[in-house]
Design a protein around this ligand. Structure first.
Ligand SMILES: Cc1cc2nc3c(=O)[nH]c(=O)nc-3n(C[C@H](O)[C@H](O)[C@H](O)COP(=O)(O)OP(=O)(O)OC[C@H]3O[C@@H](n4cnc5c(N)ncnc54)[C@H](O)[C@@H]3O)c2cc1C
Length: 365
């Protein structure tokens, strides 16, 4: 019998599995389709909240912890698997001129490098932008990864560590007896485990509800479009009025994103595609002359203030949750995995665990 059974093979489940496996635990991961094909694939891979000063300190603490370790993680995975997830310190250039005061007040707490920049500096940093922006903010340390490659690398790494991965296997029920988790019921069989971790992203609330636990995690659709430029034509992540462009090493440029409350609906809309394309061309006029390659949508695991639920179920021993990472699950994933591993193994936690606990959520069980 496994020490831990993790439900959900997005980045949160995958990194939780890796962290527990590295510490010597026997881990099973159960995914209802293929690993990492939901929000973790759809996301942009920016390793920072978009305007971090707008987030609670709990989000910033997880993001900061992860940022300090992401490059090493990507290098370790490349050494182990040969797959390079393209950690790139492309920097984040913010063109909104009303963010300066809040950003500069926030930066010292997290020793973040945030530099006010004028029109000349903006043009020098990113000549592909139109010369209309008079001031902005430059965060040179912000990095990105290519999340689909990170998922591939984690799949190989987990396999080589002996983590048992069951794909195309949906967990239909959590099995508990006398207030203690026993395992899970999948569409094929019962699978027993000492401890069970729910890491089902936007679907986490559905699974927990039947045990009487309500968590306010709900799907928030995000649509993205993809262009293809020449490598290096755009060099930095650029953010303006909530929209962003992310240049990949091969010249591809991701443009995001929408925030839509439409339930579990991943269809893409012409309206969103046209809006995103229009904003993208305003931000980077050269995008009007290159092909749009792709348009997709993903369901973020939305939570009230973007703070994920990481911790023990208040009433069922051995049941844990790691879900609700909303817009920042890629950047917060390594820290979330470590925090949950610390909690399940009764170790001192690397950040204060209180803000992530489920204790304030309602239980009817
Ligand atoms: C358009 C968009 C842009 C984004 N950009 C960024 C960004 O730049 N930076 C950033 O940090 N974050 C970003 N995010 C957010 C980030 O992608 C998510 O917060 C993160 O991927 C959540 O990971 P997860 O593992 O919790 O969820 P998911 O990746 O959705 O994984 C959950 C998994 O659980 C599985 N599952 C569900 N129910 C069951 C069940 N009953 N049995 C078995 N398996 C089950 C699903 O199939 C899925 O594979 C973005 C998201 C979107 C949509």
């Amino acid at each position: 019998m496994a020490d831990f059974l993790i439900i959900g093979g997005g980045l949160i489940g995958l990194l939780t599995a890796r962290t527990l496996s590295v510490s010597g635990a026997k881990v099973i991961l159960v995914e209802r389709s293929q690993l990492g094909q939901e929000s973790s694939w759809a996301g942009g891979g920016i390793l920072s909240p978009l305007y971090p000063w707008k987030y609670p300190s709990a989000v910033n603490e997880l993001a900061t912890w992860s940022q300090a370790r992401y490059h090493q993680l990507i290098e370790e995975l490349e050494q182990a698997t040969g797959i390079d997830a393209e950690w790139t310190q492309s920097g984040l250039l913010i063109l909104d001129d009303d963010q300066r005061e809040a950003a500069l007040a926030w930066a010292p707490t997290y020793t973040a490098d945030v530099q006010p920049v004028d029109a000349n500096t903006i043009q020098r940093l990113e000549p592909a932008l139109p010369a209309v922006h008079e001031s902005g903010l430059w965060m040179p340390k912000v990095a990105q990864i290519r999340n689909p490659l990170l998922i591939q690398a984690l799949r190989e790494d987990l396999r080589s560590r002996g983590v048992h991965i069951a794909e195309n296997t949906e967990v239909t029920h959590l099995l508990s007896k006398k207030g203690r988790i026993q395992g899970v019921q999948t569409e094929y069989s019962e699978v027993m485990a000492d401890q069970v971790i729910v890491a089902c992203g936007a679907w986490s609330a559905t699974l927990l509800k039947e045990l009487g636990q309500e968590i306010p995690v709900m799907p928030v659709r995000g649509q993205m479009i993809l262009f293809r430029m020449q490598p290096g034509q755009l060099q930095h992540i650029v953010l303006w009025q909530g929209h962003y462009v992310i240049p990949r090493r091969d010249g591809r440029v991701l443009v995001g994103s929408t925030m839509e409350d439409v339930g579990f609906d991943k269809t893409v809309t012409e309206e969103a595609r046209d809006n995103l394309a229009q904003v993208a061309c305003e931000m980077v006029p050269a995008l009007a002359n290159v092909p749009m390659e792709r348009h997709w949508a993903g369901l973020r695991p939305g939570s009230p203030s973007g703070v994920p639920f990481i911790g023990a179920h208040p009433k069922i021993d051995g049941l844990f949750i790691n879900a609700g990472h909303f817009r920042n699950g890629v950047v917060m994933a390594p820290a979330s995995a470590q925090l949950l591993a610390d909690i399940v193994q009764n170790q001192p936690t690397m950040v204060e665990a209180g803000p992530f606990s489920l204790d304030d959520c309602s239980t009817a069980a």
